[in-house]
Unconditional design. Structure first.
Length: 556
């Protein structure tokens, strides 16, 4: 239920906060005082179309905030969880700001959301009905869903089982259809992926191989330079004329003879000793390298070919060998996932036929049960209409069979005949305001117990009726209020009298600006307001007595 509505700089409303209570609340006041503006504001916080025209003159933005108590609303709890919005101990606070620039700021429990999110959560918390609006009950596409909501639990369980199987059937159907409609493109892609797979697989790429080959190629290309440098280095170290190793050895021997005399000589001797043995080792290594070094032209060709393969693969599939191998893994998985599909589409078609036959069987059972539920609903609706002085009305749920859909094989539409001898017509074709009001209330009375909506708003839905019909409508609205919180804008004194709470909305001028003011009426004040609704501007003692009588009857 809505607990509080705050409106700032919205149309002729400067700053207004209205607390709401359980049960049935009516908003009354003279035409133009701003009653419908309050309902417009409520519509905006549940995702209604916003406009800068709503902003009060002189302000840069308007702001609407609604506080709802939703602790027992499982649909809201599920919605918040699915959208990552933190719950707030059974409270739901929705804020919306509209700026002259057209920008909208929307928040749920302080978290920024889109207007689309408000529209999605709106049906779970507020159901707004206006006389000339084809709301949920007046939309044919909703009739089957409403019938299913009215159905007992075994029908709902059967529908859930059907829908679960239908989802799998639909996925397979789309897959088969895609394969058949795009077979050429699909085969071409599989051929391309297979070629790429074989090309990369044949190459047997190894991470680090390219760097190693480049190093080996550098050695082979510079073979002659390496050979010349090794020979010269060996000659410098070990030849008959200049023998660096022998000379360093002789120098070491001389220093060894005097190293015991002075520690300074010992350090020098150690340096020469290290140099001598290092030169010996270097000479040996150079000699080994010279003996092993040979030019392999064939190996150079092999390396060049291998590097060319790697470069081509990198040009096609990635900037590095690692990226090429990652792409190889990706296409491998795609090929594997499509293996069953490409090898046997016929099996998938056979499986699709089996699933369709199973769904047809479940859908027929569901349809049979819906027809049974429809009979009960028809009786209950006609009983409600009779209590609204439409005793001759006949209500019927008309079924039409369709192909398999997520909801089965049924399409349903509500039909009605209001007078003896008249044929049944679609509910959406009813044009009489008075009849539409009563039909909608009858339907709402039935469905309000199953819809789990926290607040139901009636915006002058009682237009076009009077007398005993008005009294019946008042009682019906109050009956709905026993299942859900009801807010009602009305000009009927019978409806106002039966309400649990009554707010009076007036328009006044302050500082040369028109403003809307709302106040809750005490019992004595309700007498005066209902008397005004009965007689207009001239309130007499007789109309006050009549108003008191209405209030007394309502309490009874």
């Amino acid at each position: 239920m809505i607990q509080e509505l705050t409106v700032q700089d919205f149309a002729i409303i400067s700053n207004l906060t209205i607390p709401f209570k359980e049960g049935m609340t009516v908003l009354t006041g003279e035409t133009g005082a701003g009653k419908s503006i309050i309902i417009d504001a409520m519509g905006l916080i549940v995702g209604g179309r916003g406009s800068a025209d709503y902003i009060r003159d002189g302000a840069e933005r308007c702001r609407i905030e609604g506080s709802f108590f939703v602790s027992d609303n499982e649909k809201v709890a599920t919605f918040l969880e699915d959208n990552g919005i933190e719950p707030a101990d059974g409270q739901l606070v929705i804020q919306r700001e509209i700026y002259r620039t057209g920008r909208n700021n929307c928040r749920i429990n302080g978290q920024l959301v889109t207007t689309k999110t408000l529209r999605e959560i709106g049906p779970f918390i507020v159901d707004i009905h206006g006389q000339n609006e084809h709301q949920e009950l007046m939309q044919v596409q909703n009739h089957l869903r409403l019938l299913d909501q009215y159905a007992p639990s075994d029908v709902k369980e059967l529908k859930e089982m059907y829908q679960e199987k239908y989802q799998k059937y639909d996925e397979l159907k789309h897959k088969v259809t895609h394969l058949l409609n795009n077979e050429k493109e699909f085969v071409q892609r599989m051929d391309m992926l297979t070629f790429q797979y074989k090309e990369i697989e044949t190459a047997q790429l190894v991470v680090g191989e390219e760097e190693s080959l480049i190093e080996e190629r550098r050695r082979l290309v510079n073979f002659q330079k390496i050979m010349d440098s090794l020979k010269k280095a060996y000659q410098y170290l070990d030849n008959e004329e200049i023998n660096a190793v022998s000379l360093s050895g002789a120098a070491m021997t001389e220093m060894e003879q005097i190293e015991s005399i002075d520690t300074e000589y010992a350090e020098t001797t150690e340096l020469l000793r290290t140099a001598y043995y290092s030169l010996q080792e270097a000479t040996g290594r150079i000699n080994t390298s010279l003996e092993q070094l040979e030019m392999d032209d064939e190996r150079l060709i092999v390396i060049d070919n291998r590097l060319d393969i790697i470069r081509q693969l990198k040009r096609k599939y990635g900037e590095t060998v690692e990226e090429v191998l990652a792409y190889f893994e990706e296409i491998t998985q795609e090929l594997e996932s499509q293996l069953d599909t490409t090898t046997d589409v016929t099996k998938l078609q056979e499986q699709l036929i089996e699933m369709e036959q199973e769904l047809q069987g479940i859908a027929l059972k569901l349809s049979e049960k819906r027809h049974q539920v429809a009979k009960v609903l028809e009786e209950n609706i006609m009983s409600q209409l009779a209590s609204l002085y439409m005793e001759q009305a006949v209500f019927e749920v008309a079924f039409m069979q369709t192909d398999l859909t997520i909801n089965g094989i049924d399409k349903a539409e509500f039909y009605l005949s209001t007078n003896v001898g008249e044929s049944l017509k679609p509910l959406t074709k009813i044009v009489s305001g008075g009849e539409l009001s009563r039909i909608m209330l009858a339907l709402k009375t039935i469905f309000s117990t199953t819809q789990s909506i926290t607040s139901i708003v009636f915006d002058e839905v009682d237009t076009g009726v009077s007398g005993r019909v008005a009294q019946a409508i008042a009682e019906k609205i109050h009956q709905i209020g026993s299942h859900s919180q009801v807010l009602c804008i009305t000009h009927l004194p019978q409806v106002a009298a039966i309400a649990d709470t009554q707010y009076f909305i007036r328009k006044l001028v302050k500082d040369n600006r028109t403003q809307t003011q709302v106040s809750e009426l005490a019992d004595s004040e309700r007498v005066n307001e209902i008397a005004r609704m009965l007689s207009g501007s001239d309130v007499t003692e007789l109309t006050k007595e009549h108003a008191k009588e209405l209030l007394d009857l309502a309490k009874k």
